[in-house]
Write a protein that binds this ligand. Structure first.
Ligand code: PLP
Length: 342
């Protein structure tokens, strides 16, 4: 028997053994102690230097680890049809990272240009033709009070291989969602326009609830009961050929893929309306999909056991998906300004 709180050679975490289950109120939950790790890469950029994967360590007193104040981003790099690697909307993501820093009063010790260069360099040094980039700005160790004005503001860029976030089948055939019992933060409780580390406990709770309930993803309402977004995605519905999505005054992240999709839709002659969406409007939509850097454009085929439209991927979703993937991975060059070659 392993000593309480200590990991022995029989511990799941050591062996990556995720078969052990924890029983909680009669429910079989996955064991959090083990599980696969992202594929290791050679180097991680940390505070201006490329360091070996093994040496990219922070102290246990790292302030952000305790209180969640920190800014992060998720960016994708794609290998396009011409064989070259391009980062999608790099500047927009780094601008949002700095916006999150501004919201949280974090002053990065690096410039936007240095962060962008670090993203490209991290892909290059690891020889990655495609991948996911995770820039972060966080508060290091020092004062353990909440205020901690003098703790060092640190920054990093990590890259890992990441396929379709919700799976290839999800992109092809759509996913099943559940409206969460967790509401998105009220706009005066948190700052939805920032990608702030600690805010994501709300997303993790919603996601876990949905997964444990047998669904693929959660949809969160705001505190007034209107549709807000997924745990890590913006949401769109199609009704009678018009595309609808919650407007920016609601409790949503200003998604970069959201903006991309609205541009592509308008170029295709599809009307786009930003405004409130109710739960019953969502259930009665003809089509529904999520957008996000990780989720890309993922169709939603069912919400709360009600099929959306015919319960298959709809024509508007398909058209937007095709346009999006043609631009990021294919040979379409109509939006070269969205791509930065590595
Ligand atoms: C809560 C939330 N909403 C929406 C999105 C989608 O944003 P983007 O398209 O910029 O990745 C994300 C992912 O970053 C997210 O975490």
């Amino acid at each position: 028997m392993a000593a309480k709180g200590r990991c022995t050679s029989r511990c799941g975490a050591r062996q990556g053994n995720s078969s052990t289950v924890i029983a909680l109120a009669g429910t079989q939950l996955p064991d959090y102690r083990g599980g696969p790790m992202v594929d290791k890469v050679q180097k991680i950029w940390l505070d201006g230097e490329m360091v070996a994967w093994e040496n990219a360590q922070v102290h246990i007193l790292t302030h952000s680890l305790h209180y969640g104040l920190g800014a992060f981003e998720g960016i994708r790099a794609y290998k396009r049809a011409n064989g070259k690697t391009s980062v999608f909307k790099l500047r927009e993501h780094i601008d949002r990272l700095f916006d999150t820093c501004k919201l949280t009063l974090l002053v990065p010790r690096v410039t936007r240009e240095e962060m962008m260069t670090a993203c490209l360099e991290t892909l290059r040094v690891n020889g990655m033709p495609e991948g996911y980039l995770r820039p972060m700005v966080f508060l290091g160790e020092g004062d353990m009070g909440i205020y901690a004005p003098n703790n060092p503001v640190r920054s990093t860029v990590i890259a890992w291989k990441w396929g379709a976030y919700l799976g290839d089948e999800a992109l092809r055939s759509g996913i099943r969602c559940k409206i969460s019992s967790f509401a998105r933060h009220h706009i005066n409780v948190s700052l939805a326009k920032g990608k702030i580390m600690g805010q994501y406990t709300n997303s993790v709770l919603a996601k876990r609830e949905a997964k444990f309930g047998g669904y693929d993803e959660a949809i969160l309402l705001d505190t007034n009961g209107f549709v807000s977004e997924g745990s890590g995605e913006n949401i769109f519905i199609v009704k009678k050929g018009v595309l609808h999505t919650p407007d920016l005054s609601s409790s949503i992240l200003e998604g970069i893929t959201r903006d991309t999709v609205m541009t592509l839709a308008r170029e295709l002659g599809i009307e786009v309306r930003e405004g409130r969406i109710t739960r019953d409007q969502l259930w009665l939509a003809d089509e529904c999909f999520f957008t996000g850097t990780a989720a890309e454009i993922t169709p939603v085929r069912e919400v709360d056991n009600r099929p959306i439209g015919d319960g298959v991927v709809g024509p508007v979703t398909k058209k937007l998906q095709e346009r999006f993937f043609d631009i990021v991975k294919g040979s379409d060059t109509t939006h070269r300004e969205w791509l930065t070659e590595v």
